[in-house]
Design a protein around this ligand. Structure first.
Ligand SMILES: *[C@@H]1O[C@H](CO)[C@@H](O)[C@H](O)[C@H]1NC(C)=O
Ligand SMILES: *[C@@H]1O[C@H](CO)[C@@H](O)[C@H](O)[C@H]1NC(C)=O
Ligand SMILES: *[C@@H]1O[C@H](CO)[C@@H](O)[C@H](O)[C@H]1NC(C)=O
Ligand SMILES: *[C@@H]1O[C@H](CO)[C@@H](O)[C@H](O)[C@H]1NC(C)=O
Ligand SMILES: *[C@@H]1O[C@H](CO)[C@@H](O)[C@H](O)[C@H]1NC(C)=O
Length: 308
């Protein structure tokens, strides 16, 4: 009987010890992951300073459970972060949709700081529809010798957008839409982000804009079914082995106070590589095996009291 219990508890100690060794590294706290409303904020994004990838620092803010994205052109609401496709969906109240046209040059358009542009750009299948641009707009310079930059993007363009209820209030005549310079420039000009690099409504002298994206490979029927918003693709650049190795050893990826250098946060110490590296061990003094010994020792003595 007593021998059975001794063996049983002996096995229990071994099981607990192994679990104690394994659990901290395989499901340790990701100190940088957080939530805003129902949106999960995870690498490369973060809400806390020092967390995430340096290319995405000072970008997201959680205000009353609404996730905001802030770049040089303005603030946007984040509707979704798609980690699998590495894309964000943004919206702002001054963006025109199929229901409403917002004119008066109130919209943000879209432009990011030059240092950020390698990390994020609107997707190639996102169409920007620029509305009521001045004939003096850089968009139309050189016409009629040069081609207008206006074109359909991923099957979405102004010809179809004119069919939206929003245009009823403008008294838009669909027939006249493509007869551009006979009667002035087109009321709407659709472009991809790549074509003009930066949607700055002041610079382009446009009254408003709309933005839509296609959720490939779905083929949607008309402009009332388009998804309105700005779809931004993000990339950390390169293979990001640093963060992979950091997370694999139970760390959270962050960056140093210079805002450039990546650091691996390992609980109570930071590493310049990962949480199991020689550098990390040196500075932490081989913490894990010591904790294991203490744990097994205390647990063992309690057990031996019970068993005896
Ligand atoms: C994880 O975080 C919780 C709450 O912040 C804390 O109580 C717990 O000790 C942490 N666990 C580990 C393994 O760090
Ligand atoms: C988050 O909540 C909003 C409504 O508050 C809802 O429209 C949206 O689909 C939700 N998103 C997710 C990912 O659950
Ligand atoms: C680790 O780095 C983060 C981000 O730079 C910083 O906030 C934190 O204080 C550092 N922790 C230690 C223990 O140095
Ligand atoms: C947009 O263009 C205007 C006029 O050229 C300029 O003053 C402004 O800084 C630009 N905005 C952005 C976000 O680049
Ligand atoms: C865009 O597509 C529509 C219909 O699919 C077509 O009528 C129109 O000419 C196209 N516009 C441009 C600028 O290619």
């Amino acid at each position: 009987m007593s021998k059975f219990f001794t063996t049983f508890f002996h096995h229990l100690i071994i099981i607990f010890s192994i679990a104690y060794l394994i659990i901290p590294s395989s499901c340790s706290n990701n100190t940088c992951r957080s939530y805003c409303g129902n949106i999960t904020i995870d690498y490369p994004f973060a809400l806390q300073n020092g967390c995430g990838h340096p290319g995405f620092r000072d970008l997201l803010f959680c205000i009353n459970n609404v996730l905001m994205f802030h770049v040089t052109s303005g603030s946007y609401r984040v509707l979704q972060i798609d980690y699998a496709y590495q894309a964000l969906t943004l919206h702002e109240p001054h963006m025109s949709t199929c229901e409403t046209l917002v004119l008066g040059n109130k919209g943000n358009g879209f432009a990011v700081e030059p240092w950020r542009s390698p990390y994020m750009n609107p997707t190639p299948d996102n169409v920007f529809m620029l509305i009521s641009c001045s004939p003096r707009s850089p968009l139309f310079q050189g016409f009629p010798d040069k081609h207008l930059p206006c074109r359909n993007v991923s099957g979405m363009g102004c010809e179809e957008y004119y069919g939206c209820p929003a245009w009823n209030m403008m008294g838009h005549k669909r027939t006249g839409s493509s007869s551009f310079f006979g009667s002035g420039p087109p009321e709407c000009c659709a472009v991809s982000y790549e074509a003009i690099k930066g949607i700055n409504l002041s610079k382009l002298e446009c009254e408003g804009y709309s933005s839509a994206y296609s959720v490939a490979p779905l083929k949607v029927d008309g402009p009332s079914d388009w998804a309105y918003g700005i779809r931004v693709r993000y990339s950390v650049q390169g293979s990001d082995e640093f963060c992979g190795a950091c997370q694999a050893t139970g760390g959270s990826c962050g960056y140093g106070s210079d805002g450039i250098r990546q650091v691996c946060m390992c609980g109570n110490f930071n590493s310049t590589s990962n949480c199991d590296s020689a550098v990390a061990l040196l500075s932490s003094g081989a913490r894990r095996p010591m904790r294991l010994k203490m744990f097994a020792g205390r647990f063992g003595s309690v057990l031996s009291e019970i068993v005896n």
